[in-house]
Ligand binder design. Structure first.
Ligand SMILES: [Zn+2]
Length: 389
């Protein structure tokens, strides 16, 4: 099976989240956790942006042993030099160099013609290649760029020494089908498509970041750029944890595998959540508090008979735990299991009596706590004793 690798940008694109600012110690800790998680490349910052970013990339370069350490640069000499210097001590230094290519960015942001942009790529990628072997090139806003210009500029970048081409859906605009088509077009219009590696970079503005990244790998990309918990500019990036879980669960369909140690998903998600002060939504796939919780009676009954009836991914495999919270929709099967876990042994006749009492409590309290169950059972026993007398 083909291996899909992950390129993490939690500390660069992720740090562009409003209110998120990692200290250098945070960056080193996160980088080590990412490396253990099986991430292949760690984008640790934008060294030319600030002294702190520069030092962050430098410290991560010293701390990381197996993964590539990447710094971001515009097609600007001082940005490139800052990446070359700050990643000097990395075992596997890498640069991510980008320039916008879409008509709207060319006209209103860069004020550059296509020819000028191409010349810039030739100049700066050729310059960079003297110092760095691993060069990721991103045509920013690729998904809103004319296909023929995209193919032309990518060809130039490869000819000048780029080793990986990343296709950013900078504004979260594309759809899975369209993103796949873009890779197909480039496969047939870029001469040496197979000589370089291709990666996805998808934003979640329309909730399609994960679907788009997976479409990219189904159409020729072998690496997914993303972040932990999907943090990032505006609505964020694809969540690496979700994408890795999807490839794991549907490996037959994708015919691909990853090197991600999925068991550490919950732990690394919690770590980034606490360092960014961004709580995880209860219904977040894989890492949310409710991701493995079953409340309805029909689901709880099926789950207790065989978890796979309602579970496609085991909570243990991602370092989470299953839960069957008891509420008004729960049935006697789940309630009996819970009571026996709490040490009560009751008959089916008892249960017929308990169920309506339980439902009344649940209607008032939503999720019934262990304390409420204990209280309910005390009342039940004392009434039973009175009746028997
Ligand atoms: Zn981005």
């Amino acid at each position: 099976m083909e291996k899909i690798t992950f390129y993490d940008t939690t500390m660069r694109d992720g740090e562009q989240t409003i209110g998120v600012n990692f200290s250098i110690e945070d960056k080193v800790q996160i980088a080590k956790a990412l490396e253990n998680y099986g991430i292949s490349a760690i984008e640790a910052g934008f060294p030319a942006a600030s002294d702190q970013d520069y030092e962050g990339v430098q410290q991560v370069s010293l701390a990381v042993k197996n993964a590539s350490v990447v710094g971001l640069a515009r097609m600007v000499r001082k940005d490139i030099d800052a990446v070359i210097k700050s990643t000097q001590s990395a075992q596997h230094p890498m640069i991510h160099i980008f320039i916008a290519t879409s008509p709207i960015h060319r006209e209103y942001k860069l004020h550059m013609t296509k020819k000028e942009i191409i010349n810039k790529v030739i100049e700066e990628v050729t310059y960079t290649k003297q110092f760095m072997n691993e060069i990721v090139f991103s045509p920013e806003d690729a998904t809103r760029t004319e296909y023929h210009f995209l193919a032309e500029i990518i060809q130039v970048a490869i000819d000048c020494g780029a080793t990986m081409i990343n296709l950013p859906d900078t504004v979260g605009y594309t759809t899975p089908e369209e993103y796949g088509e873009m890779f197909d077009y480039l496969k047939s219009h870029v001469k040496n498509f197979d000589q370089v590696r291709w990666s996805t970079h998808t934003h979640n503005d329309l909730g399609m970041a994960t679907a788009n990244a997976l479409a990219g790998i189904a159409h020729g990309a072998t690496e997914i750029q993303g972040t932990i918990n999907g943090i990032g500019e505006r609505a964020g990036n694809v969540d690496i944890i979700e994408a890795a879980a999807a490839i794991h669960v549907r490996k037959q369909k994708f015919d691909k595998q990853t090197m991600i140690s999925l068991k550490q998903s919950k732990k690394i998600s919690d770590m980034v959540s606490s360092k960014t002060n961004m709580p995880i939504a209860d219904n977040k796939p894989v890492t949310g508090r409710n991701a493995f919780a079953h409340e309805s009676g029909i689901h709880q009954d099926g789950y207790l008979k065989r978890p796979e009836t309602y579970e496609i991914l085991s909570p243990e495999s991602v370092g989470a735990t299953a839960s069957l919270p008891l509420g008004k929709l729960s049935g006697s099967h789940a309630i009996m299991v819970k009571l026996s876990e709490m040490g009560y042994s009751i008959s089916r006749d008892d249960m017929a009596y308990i169920l309506p009492i339980f439902k009344k409590i649940a209607e008032k309290t939503n999720i019934v706590s262990d304390d409420e169950i204990k209280k309910m059972m005390q009342n039940f026993w004392s009434e039973k004793v009175v009746k028997n007398v």
